[in-house]
Design a protein around this ligand. Sequence first.
Ligand code: P61
Length: 462
Amino acid sequence: MQNTYKAEPYRIKMIEPIRETTRTERETLLANAGYNPFSLRSEDVYIDLLTDSGTGAMSQAQWAALMMGDEAYAGSRSFYRLERVVKAITGYAYFIPAHQGRGAEQVLLPRLVHKDGMVFLSNMHFDTTRAHVELAGARAIDCVVDICFETAKEAPFKGNFDLTKVTHQIEEKGPDKIAGIIMTLTNNSAGGQPVSMENLRAVSALGRHYDIPLIIDGARYAENAYFVKCREKGYADRTMREIVREAFDLADIFLMSAKKDGLCNIGGLIAIKEDRKLFDTCRTHLVPLEGFPTYGGLTGRDMEALAVGLEEALEEDYLAHRFDQVRYLGDRLIAAGVPIQRPVGGHAVFVDCRAFAPHIPYDQFPGQSVVNALYLEAGVRAVEIGSFLLGRDPDTGENLQSPLEFMRLTIPRRTYTYRHLDVVADAIIAIHAKRTELVGLTFEYEPPVLRHFTARLRPITP
Ligand code: P61
């Protein structure tokens, strides 16, 4: 990885104005939003680091490709173009488009659950994946390496599977109860932390030994491959294409939210290496859930933009700049003594809110408290990745305690400048200085599924 900061590998051809608000305005806006920034209007947000999902800027080549969209209901030329690109990158035989990641999940995951009591094992399930596992009647078990919970400790691949945990789960439950092994690349919930090729190889060997399918949940597979190139022995001289192909060769199925490393505002996909029967059953279910197999919920122009975006996301100049932006923000926070998951991940800086606000218990959501303080301070919208997002145990209804309480500062691709990141860093450093004043939150309204999207909260005033 480079040691010097470099400028953006692009220049700006079109701009989108953003607006500052006053602190008094923000106090009213946040109260009206039920202390949940998901309910803010984006025009009331100055710098939006809620997510890197669908929020990036498209390139001139992608905008040009939109004009080539073939909007035929069946047999669209744009579908075949996208299919060619996906097959060339993955080497897989079968491709199915979907409107976004969770669309792909709802088509694929229930097809792998054949009986009661089945489980999926993952390094870490992201929340929509967990929700679809549970909706399919299965259970989701995370088997990540323990070092990912020690945010201050640096390690190159904190997203890895713990091989002892996963082997133990397979043997305890019995291989026939394991519906699939889900390798999340990069490991979003752990802080955008990467997985090494060595770990992927070992997990693949386990899957093959026990005849369990290995699914790559690869929303950020290109970023993961770039970490492998930068950090893993033997990969520095390999091309991005070679590295991602090696990863896909080790797995059986690829699920992707293409709103991340597809560099698109919408899109998802399923690719299947060779299981024709699985492909057929997925396509059958695709029709009522997402749409006809040659569009799967996407317009022809979406598929064109995605075909271009998938290739651009593998360009090293782009990836080096992206990593540098995330590192820049992380370095500023570390220098000021703000606790973050170290080293920084690929798509975001994750602030460790258990260390930031240790006086707030997990079921009063320390991460959400810091997220709200950041909005009030500077109009910056971040997102909680912790106990608020994790929700309740589906069997007992108890609030689950997340092992990590994060505020995620997610960097949209090709969108903000280093100066924007300075504004974010300055604001976080300011709230860190008065962190003892932060208070916890309680529910005014709690929806039963994926509660963090629409919940309403209230600060617990002392
Ligand atoms: C994100 F606040 N991620 O990180 P879809 N797998 C993985 C993801 O990261 C992912 C999906 C599947 C989002 C969007 C998001 O509570 C939230 O295209 C590793 O979003 O359907 C999505 O892909 C699902 C933000 C999702 C959230 C759920 O920001």
